[in-house]
Design a binder for this molecule. Structure first.
Ligand SMILES: Cc1ncc(COP(=O)(O)O)c(C=O)c1O
Length: 383
């Protein structure tokens, strides 16, 4: 284990650490007759009215308004008292968190040599981005006790101690497909014991359950936290992912991103999603989803063919049930999609998830249909 102080310049690849960000004339001047960026002053050549102004102009590369509102929202909703509070300088935006995953891997891992560590069962994109970047993947499965998935902290720390080529540890909290919030104390323990890389906590589902680790980036310089507007904010179509990190790491990530990665439309809708009124709608919807989650769980686990105890935690906007007869789970999934036109996700091949179907909680009507069709299909299959 590296002793002493965390030094980001030893973690980020030197060419990226020293990167000069792209600059344009509009970093200095934004008003007047703008003939600096080879845009088309005649405007968009489309026949519909979009409601968005200035689509012929490049978007703001820095997205300060969205970032400030997001920082404020997380500060206000946090029970952790960490100083200093988050500011826009702690954030970098990506085209969904999927771009954020790729950016951190490119920033920190030398292709063909260095590695990331993941905790299966987990979100698939970490391994895919690692493969694209020719970066190795070390797997330390989550522990599974009393129906709860958690980190195997001892094994993770032992592995990090013995393999200096691991540069990133990806932790999903609440997990996908586990739906389980990960103990913050375990995450903090890894952050304070391992200074040879960055601990990444992917909080795509955090607004459905658990305390966000995001304010902790100002306590642990080796922590990065991913969030997204795709889940609780209901804006998967606009593609905004957020990385919270120390100001130093954030400025590296901002320097390496494509300057105009967030479109004008995404940006304006994202800012609107962070108004007080929109946040209230988001929170009301999250509450509705959480309530429905328990109802759907109760209905499904009372079916004869489904195990009484779900596989997953209940901290996200989905549940994972287990078919008593593990072998029919895939067929139930296929019949649901093709005969009943209800699409869920078969997760039976994931570690610890044999017979598992992951079901996103929809509207009440959608959930009622799911319950009815799942019952019909399993009755037919087991007849
Ligand atoms: C854990 C996790 N992270 C990230 C994402 C993707 O987020 P985005 O839509 O921002 O790319 C998902 C989507 O399913 C997810 O489950």
């Amino acid at each position: 284990m590296t002793a002493g102080k965390f030094d980001l310049s030893n973690i980020v690849r030197p060419k990226i650490y020293n990167l000069e960000p792209y600059r344009c004339a509009r970093d200095d001047f934004t008003e007047g007759i703008l003939l600096d960026a080879n845009e088309n002053a005649h405007g968009p050549s489309i026949t519909i009215s979009t409601g968005f102004e200035d689509l012929h102009r490049y978007p703001d590369p820095h997205q300060v308004k969205f970032k400030s509102l997001m920082a404020q929202f997380r500060n206000k909703n946090s029970k952790l008292s960490v100083e200093p509070l988050l500011t826009s300088d702690n954030l970098c935006l990506g085209v969904g968190s999927d771009e954020s995953v790729d950016a951190l891997i490119r920033a920190c891992c030398i292709p063909g040599k260095q590695k990331i560590l993941i905790n299966p069962p987990t979100y698939g994109m970490y391994s895919i981005c690692a493969a694209i970047n020719d970066v190795g993947v070390v797997k330390i499965p989550l522990t599974y006790e009393d129906n709860t998935f958690q980190l195997n902290v001892e094994k993770i720390l032992d592995t990090l101690r013995s393999d200096q080529d691991i540069k990133l540890v990806f932790i999903t909290s609440p997990g996908n497909p586990t739906g389980q919030y990960i103990n913050l104390a375990d995450i903090e323990r890894i952050c304070s014991s391992w200074l040879n890389g960055i601990v990444v906590v992917d909080e795509a589902y955090i607004d459905f359950g658990g305390e966000s680790a995001s304010p902790l980036v100002n306590k642990y310089p080796n922590l990065a936290v991913f969030q997204t507007v795709s889940k609780s904010f209901g804006l998967a179509g606009i593609r905004i992912g957020i990385t919270f990190a120390s100001k130093e790491l954030s400025s590296v990530l901002n320097a390496m991103k494509a300057p105009y990665n967030i479109s004008t439309m995404a940006s304006q809708l994202g800012v609107n999603a962070l108004s007080d009124k929109s946040i209230q709608i988001m929170q009301e919807n999250a509450t509705k989803i959480n309530k429905e989650k328990f109802r759907v769980l109760k209905e499904l686990t009372s079916l004869d063919c489904v195990e009484d105890q779900q596989i997953s935690g209940l901290d996200a906007n989905f549940i994972m049930i287990r078919m008593k007869n593990r072998d029919i789970a895939k067929q139930v999934y296929l019949n649901l999609a093709t005969k009943a036109k209800v699409v869920v996700r078969y997760r039976g091949t994931e570690l610890g998830c044999a017979g598992g179907l992951r079901i996103t909680i929809g509207t009440k009507e959608e959930n009622d249909r799911l319950i009815k069709e799942l019952k019909n299909i399993t009755d037919q299959l087991l007849k």
